[in-house]
Design a binder for this molecule. Sequence first.
Ligand SMILES: Nc1ncnc2c1ncn2[C@@H]1O[C@H](COP(=O)(O)OP(=O)(O)OP(=O)(O)O)[C@@H](O)[C@H]1O
Ligand SMILES: [Mg+2]
Length: 470
Amino acid sequence: MDHMIKVTPACFSNMVAYLILVWSKAMEYCLLPTIRFLVSVLDGFFIRFLSKPVTLQIEEYHGTSTRNKVYDALDLYLKDKISPSARLLKVAQARKETNFTVQFSNNQEFDDSYEGIQLKWKFVSVSKNFKYNPTSSSSYNSVPEKKQYFELVFDLRHKEKVMNSYLPYVMERFKAMKDEGKVVKLHTLVRLDAFKIRWDAINLEHPATFETVAMDPELKTAVVEDLDRFVKRKEFYQRVGRAWKRGYLLYGPPGTGKSSLIAAMANYLKFDVFDLQLTHLKTDMELRKVLLATTNRSILVIEDIDCSQPAVQDRKQNNYGIKKPEFEGNQLTLSGLLNFTDGLWSSCGEERIIVFTTNHKSKLDSALLRSGRMDMHIHMSFCTYESFKTLACNYLKICGTHPLYEKIETLLQKTKATPAQVAEELMKSEEAEVSLQGLITFLKEKKNNVKDEYEDDDDDDDHKQLTYFI
Ligand SMILES: Nc1ncnc2c1ncn2[C@@H]1O[C@H](COP(=O)(O)OP(=O)(O)OP(=O)(O)O)[C@@H](O)[C@H]1O
Ligand SMILES: [Mg+2]
């Protein structure tokens, strides 16, 4: 009994604490690594013996010279997936570009994950015998010297998800990434000689946005919502069998913001603008050629459609098409323009917007105005008080109210001043007070000088500034 060890409660609790410490250390240094090791072995075993890897190859070209859209999408999408610890980066700068672009090196690998699936991509570039292809219709007359492709390896059980969900997701991401850095271009027609005409592009420097364009707020919201709906409705257009295009007719007096609204649309959607000056074209054939050279996700603009070509004016007024129908094939005709924009051209492209502008809607051929042709008719008219407030906020930085606003509101109700004229007055001085006083004087003079006023011959439409067809 002398040898019995007495365990006091304090000693017992120390022992328990000690045992817990030993257990946790054992877990940390031995058991957990062992479990992890076993899991990785099992995982390796599974991948090696049970999984069925599938390899997807996405080549740069399909056929000899047609670029593969999926390859181009991956080329941008995977740039984001380059590991921060990558040791080799290839960099290049294209002519006229200010940014550097990173290029992939051969066998470079990228890790991606999508809805719990781990995906391994690889870029492969292999030399290929150079082949000259003089018959190619592409602007490059040769096939590329290198065969380049992306390779994706994944397990067979993920095939459906990869094909139906992951790849469409990559394409969507690509679109968004492209837009983030996209500079909107303005394409204009340039005639080289009697037979050759082509598009030349410059950056669209027009700063107009939906915030800066002064127009009825409800009308502005309707336009923005219409554009949003349009770009989201790919499936809808496919389902109902319609070409994915939308037509807008902007009408109203000069200086009411029609061109500014087009620039705002282009800047909002990041769509290039193709300014189709019909007076540069001679025949329907030429028209087809230049229309086919326009790109997807673009806005085709025909300004002042009432003056562009006699053929586009109301046929009742100029008898066109009745007197000389036999020459139609050799000339530029309204039916040529409409048939092509409605038919082949719009159905071979995607996300096409077409905008016509006119100062005189009433002079247009009824074929242009019939429903389904121009989906939305937008009346841009004289400056209202709401439009003035937008201009004052932009030009004078007064985005609330001002003691002179009441007077201006009354004057605007009685005068037909265009937003361009109001904007010009607001620019005349650095001091807001002086500019507003100048505007009041201008509006008073204008009110007294009725002769000076431009009549909006579409004014009877004022009560329905917006007509649209879905
Ligand atoms: N609604 C508006 N909102 C903001 N600025 C405007 C507006 N209307 C006119 N402006 C100003 O006036 C200038 C001329 O406007 P814009 O060229 O857009 O008019 P337009 O309706 O296209 O005229 P036109 O019928 O002569 O082509 C623009 O650069 C812009 O600064
Ligand atoms: Mg204009």
